[in-house]
Ligand binder design. Structure first.
Ligand code: LLP
Length: 718
């Protein structure tokens, strides 16, 4: 268990303006006199805060050391990669810092903040030709990473561009001691050029008259031991003596000085000691080699900005999982990936009563994201806290927000600037609209069938799927219809009804058979379509005109909502005027009497003495495809029971054996009536059920059916 004085050590990790305001039990954590709890309530969490006083102090420490220890010209470059927003870029110019930009994005931020061109330096390991073309017009210095890049710059110069100062990035062959992901100076590193390449690059500059002005190296980030830097300085000075450099040249020993993230790493590395060590080495080294003293340009990022930043989170839930005590926060690897990437070791304090002693097992702080690596701090002795409390993590100023992501749709945090006791919002919290800003929808046409709302209706054992063209956006392919109607592998139905109505042209219906072919008309299909129009409030009790490929049909839903009546048109008998007489056809040696009738679609009503499914299946396809019917035909096998009742078996064109069919029933009733075998109103019995067909004085066929809705929803994919 840590006692309060040990917790006090953690205050050292926070910005210089930190204090524990002692009003209330245990006090509360403040920065620049401002209550972190109040700011967190007001701006939400996760919340990042930057303390201007700490930033200023860090710059001053570097500047003081340079003034004290280096007799030559000197300067400080702020490495934008650590954290670079408009406000931060503006702050750099209060101190006339140079800024190191990697890529067009950081360059744009520097330019938006009106950083003067001569203060902008471009870094990067693979700068595109486009970036270089922009940079030659907008930056003061380019640090050349490789010979290909130098070739691109030479080409730009040849095209008439005046190049900015060029420094060559040297890879001295040793890296600082740090996590391998942030080591850069070793021979295998992707960054910079070895000795021979630098010699070649310098020669090229000389030949082409390119403005070579300095040498740069960077051995890695978050180091404490400067020993490899001393080695690199010696090698770089040797190199400077070996290649021709102008009298006023620059030596840039990069950045990389570390900070203490955890109380056990205190005290913070001292920039003054480091700067003076480097300065003394250069003075001595130049003297020994007879070199002119270079301008000395440091480019720290982390050691300037890390300690100025604090992240505040709200504890959402607490969990004890086996031996592990979890503190679940509302931020994590999406705003700070450094534990996940480098195993970085952080510390924290509660915002309320921050110096409460730790109690219980050491706590592990994790975020809300879907990954077990979403951890901020592992095993930190920590006070008992409750859900809803705020915790503050110091050393959050560098490489958190600049590496933040939108993983799991995370919204990047709001950022406050604290100065002179005032908080200013310098970056608003991201919104869902920000996440969608760059997105564009899929092209409109390719809507898969599986995403379309469908209905299914039923009349007397006859079922149809109904979809609207407005939802489908295109008429489905025959193969899609076959799949949909397939009773084993698809949704299963006797066909597809496609609502092709438009506000301009009124109701219209296209009807597809389960084999994908199109039918002109279907009595049952039209009944179902009428039911759908009624259900969706598009028709009342007024008759509605529905156009089909087989002609216009008038439909009416009875006011009680139970039955549909359809005027499906007049029957046309191919026998022509006068009395209707059956024709005969011989199939497979058997002779049949039948009447061909057109209801807008073709029918063949075969007169029989008795009916059976087996006979229907045997003779149906032979009639359907008989040469007599070049368009193929629907077939009904009919038995007349009495003047008011007939029974039929149906073989449907494109569908085969079918339990019921409105137009088949209508065709059969029309034939029975025309042959004088039945009265005007006939009950037609099918294997699926019965319907009533009436033939009015004008010969108009009126079909009355009852429709049920079977299902409505979306077809699921797969
Ligand atoms: N100059 C160059 C050429 C650099 O590559 C870097 C950092 C710096 C200066 C600034 O180094 P600093 O003073 O910040 O250490 N994302 C890692 C750090 C990557 C550093 C990359 N280069 C992290 O979170 O630890």
């Amino acid at each position: 268990m840590l006692v309060a004085s040990q917790m006090e050590a953690r205050l050292e990790l926070f910005p210089e303006s930190v204090a524990v305001k002692t009003t209330g039990a245990g006090g509360e954590l403040t920065l620049d006199g401002l209550s972190l709890a109040t700011l967190a309530e007001r701006y939400g969490t996760p919340l990042y805060l930057y303390d201007a006083a700490t930033l200023d102090a860090a710059v001053n420490a570097y500047a003081r050391a340079l003034a004290r220890c280096y007799p030559g010209e000197a300067g400080i470059t702020y490495a934008g990669k650590a954290f670079f927003r408009l406000a931060l870029a503006q702050w750099t110019q209060r101190h006339a810092l140079w800024v190191d930009c990697t890529g067009a994005g950081e360059l744009a931020v520097a330019q938006a903040a009106s950083v003067p061109r001569e203060h902008i330096l471009l870094h990067g390991v693979n700068k595109s030709t486009a970036l270089l073309a922009t940079a030659v017009k907008g930056v003061g210095t380019i640090v050349v990473d490789n010979l290909t890049e130098l070739g691109r710059l030479a080409a730009l110069a040849e095209e008439g561009n005046a190049l900015p100062a060029l420094w060559l990035r040297f890879k001295p062959g040793r890296a600082v001691e740090t996590h391998s992901h942030i080591q850069t100076g070793h021979d295998e590193s992707k960054f910079g050029m070895g000795w021979d390449e630098i010699v070649a690059a310098a020669a090229l500059c000389r030949e082409q008259g390119l403005p070579l002005a300095g040498l740069h190296f960077h051995l890695g980030s978050q180091f404490r031991d400067p020993d490899p830097i001393e080695y690199a300085l010696e090698r770089t000075l040797d190199l400077a003596a070996a290649v021709e450099l102008p009298e006023s040249w620059t030596l840039s020993p990069g950045g990389g000085l570390g900070v203490a993230y955890h109380e056990e790493q205190l005290p913070h590395p001292d920039p003054e000691a480091y700067v003076c060590l480097v300065a003394e080495r250069i003075v001595a080294g130049c003297g020994a080699r007879g070199l002119a003293l270079p301008r000395l340009q440091f480019e720290p990022g982390r050691s300037l900005v890390a300690r100025a930043g604090v992240a505040v989170y709200r504890v959402g839930a607490l969990k004890q999982a086996g031996a592990r005590r979890w503190l679940l926060l509302d931020g994590g690897m999406a705003d700070n990936p450094r534990f996940a990437l480098y195993g970085a070791r952080y510390s924290a304090l509660p915002v309320r009563a921050p110096l409460r002693p730790a109690s219980g097992a050491a706590a592990t702080f994790a975020g809300p994201y879907c990954e077990s690596g979403d951890v901020l701090i592992e095993e930190l002795p920590f006070a008992e806290v409750e859900a809803g409390e705020f915790v503050a993590i110091p050393l959050s100023g560098a490489y958190h927000l600049s590496m933040a992501s939108n993983y799991n749709g995370a919204l990047r945090p709001a950022v406050l600037w604290l100065e002179d006791g005032k908080a200013t919002l310098i970056q608003a919290r991201e919104t869902p609209a920000d996440l969608l800003r760059r997105d564009r929808p899929l092209p409109e046409v390719e809507v898969p069938l599986a995403r379309v709302p469908l209905r299914k209706y039923h009349v007397n054992g006859n079922d149809y799927i109904l979809a609207s063209l407005a939802d489908l956006r295109r008429v489905p392919e025959a193969e899609e219809i076959r799949q949909l109607c397939d009773r084993h592998r698809g949704f299963g139905s006797d066909g597809l009804l496609l609502d092709t109505s438009t506000p301009e042209d009124g109701f219209s219906l296209r009807i597809f058979n389960p084999d994908g072919s199109e039918a002109e008309k279907s009595g049952n299909g039209l009944s179902m379509f009428t039911r759908y129009l009624w259900e969706t409030g598009r028709t009342g009790s007024e008759p509605a005109a529905i156009s089909t490929k087989g002609g216009l049909v008038t439909a009416c839903y009875e006011p009680d909502g139970r039955r549909v009546t359809l005027q499906i048109g007049r029957a046309r008998f191919s026998a022509g005027g006068g009395e209707l007489a059956p024709e005969t056809m011989t199939l497979d040696g058997q002779s049949f009497r039948y009447c061909a009738v057109d209801l807008g679609n073709p029918h063949c009503v075969v007169l029989r003495d008795e009916l059976s499914e087996a006979e229907t299946r045997r003779w149906g396809p032979l009639f359907e495809n008989a040469p007599r019917f070049p368009q193929r035909t629907n077939v009904q096998f009919m038995v007349v029971r009495d003047r008011a009742n007939i029974a039929i078996e149906i073989w449907e064109r494109g569908a085969g054996y079918t339990l019921a069919s409105g137009s088949s029933s209508s065709a059969a009733a029309a034939v029975a009536h025309a042959l004088g075998l039945c009265d005007e109103t006939v009950r037609v019995h099918t294997p699926g059920g019965s319907v009533t067909v009436a033939i009015d004085a004008g010969g108009e066929i009126i079909l009355t059916t009852t429709v049920t809705k079977v299902w409505q929803g979306y077809l699921s994919s797969g």
